[in-house]
Design a protein around this ligand. Structure first.
Ligand SMILES: NC(=O)C1=CN([C@@H]2O[C@H](COP(=O)(O)OP(=O)(O)OC[C@H]3O[C@@H](n4cnc5c(N)ncnc54)[C@H](O)[C@@H]3O)[C@@H](O)[C@H]2O)C=CC1
Ligand SMILES: O=C(O)[C@@H]1CCC=N1
Length: 283
């Protein structure tokens, strides 16, 4: 039962905060059962406590045996140290979720107990408002019960997709990094709107509503983006002019490349971390 579980974030940065916000707002798990930890930044923990009503605890004061679900939320470069600390504190049956880009379940399993319950997770920052597109890939020892618990927990912050781990890099390119592409697009549209004399705040809200409307059309109607795009585009009209400018300036290619390169980077991070593991094993 989700409402009886205690969840501890290891790392209390942007992604942890986005997930904490979504979890608390969902009201499916009491705020006092959510714990944010870090190594030393007490001020940051106090801010999270005040804002969300959760508990902030420095890692060396955490009662690890009281935790049902750990969520690793540090940068990938810090994972080795974090796992070295964690393995001495947790039991094999405690569930460890990792939101770290590029960090595989194999890596987590190799660095925790034999048979450790692990799930690789890729949320995005829209977790803040319960609108994440989140992927999960369980480790091979992870029980069905823990997979269901993970789905329930992450269901509090948006939609959950259970995917094959080989697809995690492309999912990261699409959805983990995805919000940034839309913000980038919005920054450019906003600039153009305000240069034409619209006030920035109004422009921002108009663009946001336009994106929400387009996204909901896809979610609520059984129609492809191509068909919807064609419906907007009158022959020789304004949209045709806009789309031609996008094409002439490599707009489509740029978007494809953004997704491709984010996915490549996710794979690269996995390879680099795996290599560093081999180097330290051979020392
Ligand atoms: N920001 C995003 O949109 C998304 C981030 N992620 C993943 O989330 C992870 C965290 O990203 P951000 O929150 O953006 O980074 P961040 O830099 O804001 O936060 C990381 C936090 O981890 C803490 N930390 C580092 N080593 C630690 C350790 N050994 N024990 C405890 N705490 C430790 C740091 O003090 C910092 O507070 C990354 O691995 C990233 O790949 C995943 C999906 C989306
Ligand atoms: O930029 C990053 O590496 C993280 C992972 C996905 C989104 N942000």
């Amino acid at each position: 039962m989700l409402h009886e579980k205690t969840v501890a974030f290891i790392g209390a940065g942007s992604m942890a905060e986005a997930m904490i916000s979504g979890l608390v707002n969902s009201n499916k798990i009491p705020a006092h059962q959510i714990i944010a930890t870090n190594r030393s930044n007490g001020e940051r923990l106090a801010v999270l406590e005040a804002k969300y009503g959760i508990k902030g605890i420095k890692l060396d004061q955490l009662q690890f045996d009281q935790i049902d679900v750990f969520i690793l939320a540090m940068k990938p470069k810090d994972v080795e140290k974090a796992l070295n600390n964690l393995i001495g504190q947790i039991e094999v049956n405690q569930l460890v979720l990792s939101v770290l880009a590029g960090i595989t379940t194999t890596y987590l399993e190799q660095n925790l107990h034999n048979g450790q319950q692990v799930v690789r997770v890729m949320p995005n920052t829209s977790s803040t408002i319960g609108e994440s597109a989140t992927a999960i890939s369980p480790g091979h020892a992870t029980s069905n019960e823990n997979i269901i618990l993970t789905q329930e927990l992450l269901g509090c912050i948006g939609e959950v997709y259970t995917i094959k781990e080989k697809d995690m890099d492309i999912f990261t390119g699409l959805a983990g990094s995805g919000p940034a592409y839309f913000y980038y697009l919005m920054e450019h549209m906003e600039k153009q709107g305000s240069e034409a004399g619209f006030d920035v705040e109004t422009t921002r809200q108009i663009i946001a509503q336009t994106i929400v409307g387009a996204a909901k059309m896809i979610q609520e109607q059984d129609v492809t983006p191509t068909v919807l795009r064609e419906k907007v585009t009158s022959p020789n009209g304004t949209t045709a002019a806009g789309l031609k400018a996008l094409d002439d300036n490599g707009g489509g290619l740029a978007i494809s490349k953004a997704v491709e390169h984010a996915a490549i980077r996710s794979k690269e991070i996995s390879e680099q971390i795996q290599e560093s593991l081999l180097v330290s094993a051979n020392k």
